[in-house]
Design a protein around this ligand. Structure first.
Ligand SMILES: Nc1ncnc2c1ncn2[C@@H]1O[C@H](COP(=O)(O)OP(=O)(O)OP(=O)(O)O)[C@@H](O)[C@H]1O
Ligand SMILES: [Mg+2]
Length: 357
């Protein structure tokens, strides 16, 4: 068992507050991803869990035990850094074995068997006698992960572990991490600014901005129902389209709509007359002019291979639709656009908060 609970955790550096009243419960065997833009407080949060940073206010529990003030080595946690942080003069084997030799009471044979087990899992037997400078970035990253594995900690912390790798290797290591998590049943807290990494790896994701969690949920729930405009634009690429609409509680209207889109707000919506209608690029389908929900004019096409992005002007607004390459319309023509009303989001244009429909 390994659960981690952050209770109202705050971190201040002088008069700057990097993390603000953060509440988060990470379940046993969960892969929790903290995702957000640079400077939002992800690493600070992780480093407080690791014990590398003091906690200004609040409480940290691991398996229900208060470790707010505990030393890093009392927390039974292993951290993998973006920079790998390997010892340059040691072989991969020694990089993995060294920590255990220094801090555990395991025998030489037990340590050897742990290193071999990790080497099996990560497929790095042929690297064991090499030093870091004789390895590629991806290989170093595996050794860094191996060094965490041999400790068999309660919780694994990863801080942007893949961001120094090229795109292909990153995608490969992403799959490896996912497999590791599934096979070993480990509890992971993983920090990234990359929303694709967050979407593909997380059992749940916590989207952070300005030291706070904006939204916490399963990746697809966050993707489909972002709680505010920040989350809507941060998760998904190209980002969610926004149309400036009027809303009377049941009908969403726009100058380019053929007729208002009927929705039912779940709460009284007085004051919501000005709204933003959000729709993902892949939720927009093309139709002959005069059909669908609205008319758009094709401004630009970007071919991506099997699919294309079409930029459309809809009245004063601009939309990006992700379409099949055999459906690409000529630039400059008008097309009908169909959107599924079950797949739209509405946001209060003033506060940016989602309106439940
Ligand atoms: N030791 C420090 N002293 C003062 N301010 C700090 C310190 N460490 C971090 N900060 C500030 O705290 C805020 C959060 O930093 P943090 O490193 O947690 O961001 P991050 O989300 O990990 O960003 P990135 O994606 O760039 O790594 C930033 O504004 C940063 O400047
Ligand atoms: Mg960071």
């Amino acid at each position: 068992m390994a659960t981690v609970s952050l209770r109202q955790i705050t971190k201040r550096y002088g008069d700057q507050t990097a993390v603000k009243n953060l509440d988060l419960d990470i379940e046993d065997k969960e892969f929790m991803v903290l995702v957000g833009a640079s400077g939002c407080g992800k690493s600070t949060t992780l480093r407080m869990v690791a014990g590398l940073e003091t906690i200004t206010d609040g409480q940290l529990l691991i398996d229900g035990i208060d470790v707010t003030e505990a030393e890093p080595r009392q927390r039974d946690i292993a951290m993998v850094f973006q920079s790998y942080a390997l010892y340059p003069h040691m072989t991969a084997y020694m990089n993995m074995a060294f920590g255990l030799m220094k801090t555990s009471s395991l025998s030489k044979d037990e340590i050897r068997s742990r290193v071999m087990e990790a080497a099996d899992i990560l497929n790095i037997h042929e690297l064991l006698e090499r030093k870091p400078k004789e390895m590629s970035g991806g290989q170093r990253q595996r050794v860094a992960i191996g060094r965490a594995l041999v400790r068999k900690p309660k919780v694994y912390l990863f801080d942007e572990p893949l961001s120094n790798l090229d795109a292909k290797l990153r995608s490969h290591m992403r799959a490896e991490l996912k497999r590791l998590h599934g096979e070993l049943g480990i509890t992971v807290i993983y920090v990234t600014h990359d929303q694709v990494e967050a979407m593909t790896l997380g059992s749940r994701i916590a989207v952070m901005a300005d030291g706070r969690i904006q939204q916490l949920g399963k990746p697809m729930d966050v993707y489909r129902n972002p709680c505010n405009l920040f989350v809507a634009s941060f998760i998904g690429a190209p980002e969610m389209n926004m149309l400036h609409c009027g809303f009377d509680g049941t009908g969403v209207g726009h100058p380019a709509f053929l007729s208002p889109i009927q929705v039912e707000a779940q709460h009284a919506t007085t004051g919501h007359s000005s709204v933003l209608l959000g729709v993902r690029p892949e939720e927009i389908n093309l139709a002959p002019v005069g059909q669908g929900n609205m008319t758009g004019r094709v401004q630009r096409i970007e071919l991506l291979g099997p699919e294309a992005l079409a930029e459309l002007h809809v009245g004063e607004d601009r939309l990006i639709a992700r379409i099949r390459v055999d459906q690409v319309p000529p630039v400059g023509t008008d097309v009908g656009l169909v959107i599924d009303k079950n797949r739209i989001c509405l946001f209060n244009a003033d506060s940016g908060e989602a309106i439940n429909i």
